[in-house]
Design a binder for this molecule. Structure first.
Ligand SMILES: NC(=O)c1ccc[n+]([C@@H]2O[C@H](COP(=O)([O-])OP(=O)(O)OC[C@H]3O[C@@H](n4cnc5c(N)ncnc54)[C@H](OP(=O)(O)O)[C@@H]3O)[C@@H](O)[C@H]2O)c1
Length: 339
């Protein structure tokens, strides 16, 4: 089997998961190079990796570069993605820098795998909450159309990177050790905009257009681009919750044509990448604690709106570091090499 030289950029919560997923999915890796801002040795699941300080020359000879560095002007992708392209690598970027660029495909393989072939050097991985939502919506959209989606996300701390995971852990430890005079004022080193232990807050990203956050707009714009349909009316509220890993979403949809809950359940069960857990009388529904480390999107609580024709509720849960980031990126890499 042909092997490919692979670079992983970033060894935060997503980069580490990329190293795991490459191995677990037996991606045909020839040479592997791991980059971050500074050099160091790391160990992941008993394997040693030597991390090199990133440089343009580091991409010489690389076929596929999986970027999981920070976003923005001085971030890894903006600084090094084109350099990697110049040296012959196809870049798959986890950040938001290129997602809405019309020349860059934004791909969730269960939905629009064919878009991969249109790439000009860079392919973008969507936002974690968008990925799990479109995987769940796609089978229903194909059968019954979608007029409207109203989604509230409940996003885990790891969705904001390793500093946010540390903040939550520190707050929980301080509360457990009785180090806070008041459990509602226990955040010492705040990375997130609010204390997360004993709390939830409707604030992910920054407030931009029309009083929504940029995280909320990602669910709208990225879903339109992936599904190739910007007529679907999507509105979102994104909420940070004190969960380590695993985003949950309460998704309300209005389909264009009627669909029964039984039909929706049957289609979702047959769809690739989806597991239906929907037996609430036996306390069975997806929960973040149960999906950590798994690659599928889990759907439950499928039920009709008693008042609105064609109104349906779904509860959608997935591991934001796996399907929401690393797994989806490696699946894209699999599409690239399978052409
Ligand atoms: N967390 C999620 O659920 C999730 C889901 C989907 C997408 N994403 C996206 O994936 C990317 C990584 O997220 P994360 O949560 O893993 O972040 P993180 O835990 O904060 O880790 C960031 C990593 O990127 C490295 N880095 C930062 N700037 C760099 C640069 N200029 N050059 C090379 N390396 C650089 C850092 O290097 P040092 O270790 O040397 O500082 C660190 O290892 C972000 O764009 C994020 O938006 C995250």
């Amino acid at each position: 089997m042909k092997k490919y030289n692979v670079a992983v950029v970033g060894v935060g919560v997503v980069g580490i998961e990329m190293l795991r997923v490459l191995r677990q999915r037996n991606f045909p890796v020839g040479n592997l190079r791991v980059f971050a801002r500074s050099a160091r040795d790391i160990n992941v699941d008993g394997r040693d990796y030597s991390v090199q300080a990133i440089s343009p020359e580091g991409f010489d000879g690389i076929d596929i570069a999986l970027f999981a560095g920070t976003e923005g002007e001085k971030g890894a992708a903006v600084t090094y993605a084109r350099e990697a392209n110049k040296r012959g690598a196809v870049v798959i970027d986890n950040g938001a820098d290129f997602r809405m660029d019309p020349k860059v495909p934004l791909v969730v393989p269960e939905v629009n795998a064919r878009d991969v072939q249109k790439h000009k050097g860079i392919i973008a991985n969507p936002n974690c909450s968008t990925i799990q939502m479109v995987v769940a919506l796609w089978p229903i959209y194909k059968k019954s159309g979608l007029k409207r989606v109203v989604v509230t996300t409940l996003q885990a701390s790891s969705g904001a990177g390793k500093a946010a995971v540390e903040q939550l852990k520190e707050e929980i430890c301080r509360i457990a050790a009785d180090q806070c005079a008041d459990v509602h004022v226990c955040a010492e080193n705040k990375y997130l905009p609010q204390q997360l232990a004993y709390n939830v807050f409707p604030h992910i990203g920054s407030f931009v257009e029309a009083d929504y956050t940029n995280e909320e707009w990602k669910l709208v714009k990225e879903s339109h681009k992936i599904m190739h349909d910007d007529k679907i009316k999507i509105s979102a509220t994104t909420v940070r919750v004190p969960v380590r890993t695993g985003h949950s979403e309460s998704v309300y949809i209005e389909t264009s044509r009627p669909i029964t809950t039984d039909k929706a359940r049957e289609m979702l069960k047959k769809a690739p990448g989806i597991v239906v857990i929907d037996d609430p009388k036996k306390n069975l529904y997806p929960m973040p604690k149960d999906v950590e480390g798994k690659d599928e999107v889990f759907v439950g609580r499928i039920r009709r709106d008693p008042f609105v024709k064609n109104g349906l509720w779904l509860w959608v849960v997935a591991d934001n570091l796996r399907k929401g980031a690393a797994t989806n990126a490696v699946q894209i890499a699999e599409c690239v090499i399978s052409k």
